[in-house]
Ligand binder design. Structure first.
Ligand SMILES: NC(=O)c1ccc[n+]([C@@H]2O[C@H](COP(=O)([O-])OP(=O)(O)OC[C@H]3O[C@@H](n4cnc5c(N)ncnc54)[C@H](O)[C@@H]3O)[C@@H](O)[C@H]2O)c1
Length: 391
């Protein structure tokens, strides 16, 4: 039995559930870890609903005010699973109380808030992590491994998409549970912070810093009923965003995200084209990584022309990232496992003293790109992100 790490969870929505599941599962599938997470206390404003969730997931205690949760002596790590406008205030209070902090993405509403969070965590000396979980889908982690092994050669192009279609109806309201995403006061931005932030995190992890961007955004439905005020109010978020960019390594990038791509539910894609090979991933088939090998690294030889072609790697072998912890080759894992991997890496980071990434500081870099994208869409020109080299 490992050393208990007592979790204080704030929020019981989509992510509260995904994280509770991850904290519960990790010790079973990563038994070698020195820490054993314990679901200690769940916080949400509605005591009845909070208790019902706590019972299902096995939290013995409930709080209705996050301020009490973050100062409890029986909490070691605070897990922030609430809308974006609350991230900073909770993180600052948790850091002041000396707690480890795991915060959902995006780090904050904007760069200024993110910088305050980084400073507070550094002052307190507490470990942090931001849940950019797609890095830990084994096929995406394998993409990073192939890049690090030098199989792609000089990178030329990176392209990414995150496409959904769930806000196309005019009568979808804004504000409140789940729909806070459409309310700019709670979300900070629309698809840029919600969806492209994931794409940007994956991109910079795989292909290095984005140095400048040129973007265009659109809000297709400009007013919606607000669930909390009961009034029809202007919509302040971006419904769609496209941007092109340059990476520090000289490659070019194109990114697109929308919630108006009829038929697409959560199509997150990435593709990297280099001199020696290409990589391609899409979240609707998460167990596959497509790899085109133009030149084999081992021999330095070009693949014979009559055998060239895209290879579909079924990322389920024990040799593939994380997969030795799950089933036998050929059997797939899914979305929720990326969160289990995030927890496992966070706990490994505590043991080794090498913090799991992205921590607050690394996630601030993604926030800077998001902010540059939104500024560029307003100004209509190229904007420098201020990022030059690795974190
Ligand atoms: N990593 C990912 O893939 C991913 C996916 C979805 C959401 N997110 C992020 O997770 C966060 C939460 O999103 P969600 O989809 O779980 O939202 P949600 O609407 O499903 O849940 C939000 C929760 O926050 C609670 N809450 C709101 N205000 C509160 C307060 N003052 N005190 C305590 N609890 C409060 C709500 O009761 C609810 O339980 C957001 O930052 C979002 O961007 C990340």
């Amino acid at each position: 039995m490992g050393k208990p790490l007592r979790i204080g969870m704030i929020g019981y929505g989509f992510m509260g559930k995904a994280h509770s599941n991850a904290w519960r599962k990790v010790a079973h599938f990563f038994p070698e870890l020195a820490h054993r997470p314990v679901l200690q206390v769940l916080c949400a404003r509605d005591a009845v609903k909070a208790r019902a969730f706590a019972e299902v997931w096995g939290y013995p205690e409930v709080e209705t005010d996050w301020r009490r949760l973050v100062t409890r002596e029986d909490v070691d790590a605070v897990d922030i699973c609430v809308p974006n406008h609350l991230h900073k205030e909770i993180a600052l209070a948790a850091a002041a109380a000396g707690k480890m902090i795991l915060c959902e993405k995006p780090l904050a509403l904007d760069v200024a808030e993110g910088e305050a969070m980084v400073a507070a965590a550094e002052r307190a000396g507490v470990p942090t992590m931001v849940w950019y979980n797609y890095r830990r889908v084994p096929a995406v982690t394998l993409a990073r491994q192939l890049i690090d092994e030098g199989r792609i050669g000089r990178p030329f192009h990176y392209r990414a998409q995150f496409l959904q279609d769930w806000t196309m109806a005019e009568d979808v309201p804004q504000g409140g549970a789940a729909l806070w995403r459409l309310d700019v006061k709670s979300a900070g931005s629309g698809v840029t912070g919600d969806l492209l932030a994931h794409c940007i995190d994956s991109a910079m992890w795989l292909n290095g810093p984005i140095t400048r961007v040129c973007a265009d955004t659109e809000t297709f439905i400009t007013q919606r009923l607000h669930q909390e005020t009961g009034r029809v109010e202007p919509v302040g978020i971006d419904d769609a965003c496209i941007f092109m960019c340059r990476f520090a390594n000289g490659s070019m990038g194109t990114f697109e995200s929308t919630r108006y791509a009829r038929g697409h539910k959560a199509l997150k894609t990435l593709e990297l084209n280099g001199s020696d090979g290409s990589l391609r991933f899409n979240l609707h088939e998460p167990e596959y990584l497509d790899f085109f090998e133009y030149k084999a690294r081992e021999t330095g030889q070009k693949t014979p022309s009559h055998t060239t072609g895209w290879r579909r790697i079924h990322v389920t072998n024990g040799e593939h990232p994380y997969m030795a912890h799950w089933w036998v080759p050929g059997l797939v894992i899914g979305y929720e496992h990326s969160f289990v991997h995030a927890v496992a890496d966070f706990l490994k980071g505590l043991e080794s003293g090498v913090p799991a990434q992205p921590d607050f500081k690394d996630a601030l870099r993604t926030q800077k790109v998001c902010e540059a994208v939104l500024h560029s869409a307003q100004s209509g020109g190229w904007i420098e992100t201020g990022l030059a080299g690795p974190a």
